[in-house]
Design a protein around this ligand. Sequence first.
Ligand SMILES: [Ca+2]
Ligand SMILES: [Ca+2]
Length: 247
Amino acid sequence: MIKIRKTLSLVSALSALLAFSMPASAVSSVTYADPVPSTPGACDGGISYEWMAKMSDNHTISFVNHVGAKSFNEPPPAYEPPFTGWTHTSNWVAFELTKDAQVEIEVTRQEGVPYTSGSTVATARNKLVPAFAIYSGWDNTSCEDHRYNNAGNFDWSNIKYITNTPNKGGWPSVTRKIKLKAGKYSIAIGGTPKVLETYPDAATCDPATDAACYAYTGRHGYRVRVKTNPSRSESDNASTSGNSTNQ
Ligand SMILES: [Ca+2]
Ligand SMILES: [Ca+2]
C-alpha cells in the first residue's frame, strides 16, 4: 500500500507540472492557462481560469491541481447564500467542445499535489469533498468578483448556470454525465465539506493535531477526468453519483 501511495504521489506531482491528454482520435488539449489574463493593475480579463481544455466527442483528458477546502461553499457572514463560492480559491476550467457529446466529468480528491507557498513548495492536503458547477459560455471580459453562485447565475459575469454536483453526501469523488452541445463552457471546481456550526480558524488552528482544521482549511488536491463519447439521439440521461473508490 505504501508503495502504491508513493507511486500515486509521483504521478500527481508530474501531472501537476505537465497536464496530459490522451486523445482517442483527432486532438484534445489541456493547458494550465487563462484564455484572457487580466491586465496588471486593472480589473478586466473576466474569470481567472486555471485551465483551458478542448475536446471532441471521443476523448479522455485528465489533470491535477488544488483548491481551497471550502471554496465551493464558504460560510457566513463573509459568504451569504446563494453566493457561497469563493472565486479565487476555486479552480475554473475554460472548457470547449468541438462536437456535440456525452460528457462524463469526474472530480476526485488527490493526495500529494505540490504547490508553492511563499518561496517554498508545500504539499496540498487530502481531505477534499469535491464539487463542481457547469455554466455555458466563457467570461473573458468582466471584473472578477470574490463570490459566485454555485447553483445559479451571478450578476458580475455573463456565464449562464446549467447544473452542478453539490456532493451533499460528502463523498471523496463525484461524477456527472451530461449531454452537451458543441460550444464553450465554464466549470468551477471547489470543496464543500459538511456545514458546521463553528468553523476552525485557519489563522490559528493546527492541521497537524486538529482534524477539523486539516479538513476545513488550507489547500486540498484534486484530480479531474473528462471523457467524451459521441452524442446519441435519445434524451439526455444526465446523472450524478458519488463513490468511495478513492478511499
Ligand atoms: Ca482563478
Ligand atoms: Ca481571464
